[in-house]
Design a protein around this ligand. Structure first.
Ligand SMILES: CCCCCCCCCCCC/C=C/CC(=O)SCCNC(=O)CCNC(=O)[C@H](O)C(C)(C)COP(=O)(O)OP(=O)(O)OC[C@H]1O[C@@H](n2cnc3c(N)ncnc32)[C@H](O)[C@@H]1OP(=O)(O)O
Length: 277
């Protein structure tokens, strides 16, 4: 524990050496009274473990609890990765209890971010595959760096798994049925330019993404809250209610799918290739 180190060591230890157990996982700041910035900070790739998802949810609730705050920018502390999506190690030979708990936390993360009264702006300055794309699509507005090497999309089929039905619905809602059908089947990761073309992101920028994200947050924060939130509920309410009603069924699908031996072998192989790179 960090608290067991001497005060000198605590002051001089490099943040890079902190283990994730010692990190806060997310950082919250308030550049102005109406705007919060929620920064994902789980090295090396901001993958979504059970604890990380729970922490993001807790942070959104903390931000929401201040009635003055109207908009939230979601960004990453990593200069080239927004989020690598679900922590794949959570799905690799898990216990059933942990796996089910992990999935309930992922559902809660989606439901909380997608339904928050806050206007949410994703500042995507880096790769954003799978669960990273889920985070971005759950926001109200997406701004991505134009850096051509970055990728965003739902690549689940490449791991031998499928996106859950509600993530498929979110994808269809965002980019339309046909594009989603092809993108999901091929596990397609889009360049920023392609992502803009299919409206997976709303804007590309060459300048620091966060500068533009803060400007957009200012614009969204200036809209009167009541009407803005009522519109959001009208557009998003049905999907939220649907998952609320099917949560335990979805946990069962996820558990049964992930625990299959063939799926486990696929996940194992994918993880080996990732760390061999
Ligand atoms: C009726 C029937 C219904 C059926 C229902 C089925 C329901 C099933 C539901 C299943 C749902 C599953 C949903 C999944 C969504 C996901 O999010 S899955 C995760 C997908 N993510 C990825 O594939 C990303 C993988 N990572 C990368 O591509 C790269 O890491 C990167 C481009 C993000 C960054 O590249 P780079 O900077 O070169 O870093 P690396 O060297 O690759 O990685 C550093 C380090 O991190 C580890 N790592 C990377 N990603 C993850 C991850 N997602 N989880 C855990 N760990 C990760 C990587 O292994 C490296 O580790 P080492 O340093 O080698 O130890």
């Amino acid at each position: 524990m960090l608290s067991r180190l001497s005060p000198l060591a605590q002051r001089t230890i490099s943040p890079r050496l902190l283990s994730n157990a010692q990190r806060t996982l997310v950082n919250i700041s308030y550049p102005s009274p109406k705007i919060a910035v929620l920064e994902l900070d789980r090295p090396p790739v901001n993958s979504l473990s059970l604890e990380m998802s729970a922490k993001i949810v807790e942070s959104i609730k903390e931000i929401e609890s201040n009635p003055e705050v109207q908009a939230m920018v979601l960004k990453s502390s990593n200069p080239k990765i927004f989020s690598a999506g679900l922590d794949i190690t959570e799905m690799n030979r898990p216990t059933v209890a942990r796996l089910e708990d992990f999935w309930r936390n992922i559902q809660t993360l989606f439901l909380t971010l997608y339904s928050t009264r806050l206007s949410t702006i994703a500042s995507i300055d880096g790769h954003s595959p799978a669960g990273g794309c889920l985070l971005a699509m759950s926001c109200d507005y997406r701004i991505m760096s134009a850096t051509p090497s970055y990728k965003i999309g739902l690549n689940e089929t490449k791991l031998g798994i499928a996106a859950p039905y509600w993530l498929k619905d979110l994808f269809v809602t965002t980019i339309g049925y046909r594009e989603a059908e092809v993108g999901l089947a091929l596990g397609k990761l889009y360049s920023p330019k392609e992502a803009l073309e299919i409206k997976l992101v709303d804007e590309l920028v060459d300048s620091p993404v966060i500068d533009v994200a803060l400007k957009r947050a200012d614009e969204w924060a200036s809209i009167p809250e009541k009407g803005r939130v009522a519109s959001k509920v009208m557009l998003r309410g049905a999907m939220i209610q649907d998952l609320e009603e099917k949560r335990e069924m979805d946990v069962g699908w996820f558990r049964d799918f992930i625990m299959e031996e063939g799926v486990q072998k696929g996940i194992e192989g994918y993880l080996k290739n990732l760390s061999k790179k």
